[in-house]
Design a protein around this ligand. Structure first.
Ligand code: NAD
Length: 262
């Protein structure tokens, strides 16, 4: 069977580890050409090196997704390396657990800047390139089940992910006439380094009393009886990057093993 994404030029942000690294590898395995972008340059380089060593094609790129000039340079780097930009995965994100009454303005800005503003800038700069080159394109944002349901100890994170869902709908409405689709993936519970930060926030603020308590509590409600691995998201990512999803637009698709069912 031919590779479904052969020669497609794809950017993945937050590709230096966790979900983004798995998406980059999985998309490359389907023949895509990858710009692996992360503010952690060494992480992005390691992922790109691994893809190239496996016979794929990838270029690392250092970016802070909140800095528009850097995001613009990231898009230009993909075009320079692969000739055009077909798909962007706005996946970079940060999480922070706090008791609801303790969230500060600084906490709010820190989390919403990366997760929501970073997503908006990525969508805008990718769309400008897609419109300029013609032929449409695909934008895929990483939201979360926290973007589909409020979360008492992650209120500002959850709000930032609701913003991603909203930007996905608004972007789909605004960009559809250019042939650009905008969708989001809402992952469930995945044991990446992000959960180390979430657990730490719970412990430091007295929300939990032992290591891994928050993760285990959330995981216990998953219908499939196990948490996800980053690999569990690759099928949906490949679908949303492929022509098979050409008429899917404005959707935020939950991939969580049956935790938030709607
Ligand atoms: N792990 C989960 O359970 C889970 C669940 C739902 C949604 N998500 C979302 O999935 C995405 C990836 O999360 P993960 O679990 O792989 O986390 P992670 O912490 O393992 O990886 C996040 C990556 O994003 C990068 N990053 C952070 N801020 C950045 C910035 N300003 N510019 C560029 N890169 C930046 C980090 O360097 C890191 O490599 C995030 O958007 C997260 O909110 C994760």
């Amino acid at each position: 069977m031919p590779a479904t994404l052969a020669g497609r030029s794809i950017i993945v942000t937050g590709a230096g580890r966790g979900i983004g690294a798995a998406l980059a590898r999985g998309l490359a395995a389907e023949g895509a050409h990858l710009l692996a972008a992360d503010r952690d340059e060494a992480g992005a380089r390691a992922v790109a090196d691994g893809i190239n060593a496996d016979g794929g094609r990838a270029v690392p790129f250092a970016v802070d997704v909140v800095q528009r000039d850097q995001v613009r340079a990231m898009v230009a780097a993909a075009v320079s390396a692969f000739g055009r930009l077909d798909v962007i995965f706005n996946n970079a994100g940060i999480a922070q657990a706090r008791p609801f009454l303790s969230i500060t303005e600084e906490d709010w800005r820190q989390v919403t800047d990366v997760n929501a503003l970073g997503c908006l800038i990525g969508m805008q700069e990718a769309a400008r390139q897609m419109i300029a080159q013609g032929g449409g394109g695909k934008i895929v944002n990483t939201a979360s089940i926290a973007g589909r349901r409020g979360s008492p100890n992650l209120a500002h994170y959850s709000a930032s992910k609701f913003a991603v869902v909203s930007l996905t709908q608004s972007g789909a409405g605004a960009l559809g006439r250019h042939g650009i689709t905008v969708n989001a993936i809402c992952p469930g519970i995945i044991a990446t380094d992000m959960w180390t930060d979430i657990e730490q926030g719970h412990r430091e603020t007295g929300l939990t009393s032992r290591d891994n308590e928050a993760f285990e509590t959330a995981a216990a409600r998953i219908a499939l009886g196990r948490t996800a691995t980053p690999q569990d998201l690759v099928g949906m990512a490949c679908f949303l990057a492929s022509s098979g999803s050409d008429y899917v637009n404005g959707q935020s698709l939950v991939v969580d093993g049956g935790l938030v069912m709607m």
